[in-house]
Design a protein around this ligand. Structure first.
Ligand code: ASP
Ligand code: MG
Length: 413
């Protein structure tokens, strides 16, 4: 409702590929933007390419050459977003809402020169502010920028989220709204636990844990960026009405929920080196070569030594198992270790919540809930706001549902 005493806000809205996937959908979001504008807020919109478009462009490039230059790939991939900014600006203008579109370079989204994964260094918001003061909606292409030499760069797949957050930070926007095909961040994946509940709010730290564990609602870099520059971030649906989920810092005085959600990750595999001589440097001798092979390690445990040897277990991405086993076989014979085992039929379940900082006993409750279901825990790791366990993959659904139920996540805190 327009109101005289409402303080005018600057909102950055980002619409993903499915939200701009057809001209009809572009029309729908134009209606939504017009409605926001009528409330008296200034609006900057960031859009992705139409869904499937970036993949289509990549396939075209592959038809030409298997290995194209990264610079030309970025020139090609940035075109997807140039289409949607123009169409959206046209749709707004057709609704008598003055709008203007810009590519990344036109509004000086300056990045480093790392083609296909460039990082934003600086944004000059002056041109956008000028347009806003003239009453225009400014539509900016996501996913792209320009390096110091004027070359077009792209920010990595899903990079429009980061564009939106970076613009919101540079323009000192009041909120950055990410419109997507889900209506917010859930306590867990509703496909696994239908009683999963949309969270009203979640902290940046929790969101990072949830996102990095596979709840792929937002690009992780975008969340990091928003946290660093303290940009309130809201995830909402572009198809339904609703307040979505607000991602911010913890507010003083508000008692945090003990647990915000349960994340899971099916992408890991477990490796064990058995009978490792228990002497200084053994862990380094194992993980050094793994690091040199560019294999990322997640959880690590080493047993208490017995009879002068110990077992060393860690997890890596499933795609890296075979390579890791090859590396470890070499390492094991050098070290005089007995055997190397791998297991890729595991999943990692994680309980995430800032409330763990101030509530004791959560790990105990978690292990009891799993034990009551007969689920054996193979590995455990903890951080300040997360407890992760590795279990057999057949227990994924059962484990998630039991924890969701046990911690009463279906109820609002
Ligand atoms: N169009 C790009 C992609 O598909 C960027 C984005 O959608 O955020 O990855
Ligand atoms: Mg996308």
């Amino acid at each position: 409702m327009p109101s005289k005493n409402k303080i005018m806000a600057l909102i950055v809205q980002k619409y993903g590929g499915t939200s701009v996937g057809t001209t009809e959908r572009i029309g729908n979001i134009a209606d939504r933007i017009v409605a926001t504008k009528k409330l008296g807020d200034d609006v900057v919109v960031v859009v992705s390419a139409m869904s499937g478009e970036t993949n289509r462009l990549i396939a075209l490039a592959k038809e030409i050459s298997r290995q194209s230059s990264p610079r030309e790939m970025d020139v090609l991939l940035s075109t997807g977003e140039q289409v949607t900014i123009a169409l959206l600006a046209m749709a707004l203008n057709a609704r008598d809402c003055p709008a203007i579109s810009y590519t990344g370079s036109q509004v000086h989204i300056l990045t480093d020169s790392a083609h296909s994964k460039a990082r934003i260094k600086e944004i000059d918001g002056s041109r956008i502010h000028r347009d806003l003061s003239l009453g225009r909606v400014v539509v900016v292409a996501g996913f792209q920028g320009m390096d110091d030499n004027g070359n077009i760069t792209t920010l990595g797949r899903g990079g429009s989220d980061t564009s939106a957050v970076a613009l919101a930070a540079a323009l000192k926007a009041n909120e950055c709204q990410i419109y997507t095909d889900v209506d917010g961040v859930y306590t867990t994946d509703p496909r696994v636990e239908p009683r999963a509940r949309r969270l009203e709010r979640i902290t940046f730290e929790e969101m990072l844990e949830m996102a990095s564990l596979g709840s792929k609602v937002l690009q992780i870099r975008a969340v990091e960026f928003a946290g660093k520059y303290n940009v309130p971030l809201r995830v909402l649906s572009s198809f339904t009405e609703g307040k979505g989920t607000l991602i911010t810092y913890e507010e003083d005085g508000v008692e945090a929920a003990r647990i915000s959600g349960i994340a899971f990750n099916r992408d890991e595999a477990k490796l064990t080196v058995l009978g490792v001589p228990d002497h200084p440097g053994a862990a380094y001798q194992i993980l050094g070569p793994i690091g040199e092979a560019n294999i990322e390690v997640d959880m690590i445990i080493q047993n208490v030594g017995r009879d002068g040897t110990t077992d060393f277990t860690f997890t890596v991405h499933r795609n890296d198992v075979e390579q890791a086993v090859r590396v470890l076989n070499g390492v094991a014979s050098e070290l005089g270790a007995r055997e190397v085992n791998s297991d890729d039929s595991i999943v990692k379940l994680s309980l995430v919540g800032v409330g763990m900082r101030s509530h004791a006993g959560i790990a105990g409750s978690m292990f009891k809930i799993l034990a009551d279901e007969g689920i054996n825990i193979k590995m455990i790791s903890t951080s300040e706001i997360k407890i992760s366990v590795v279990v057999d993959e057949k227990y994924l659904e059962l484990g998630v549902r039991a924890l969701h139920d046990g911690f009463e996540l279906e109820k609002t805190a």
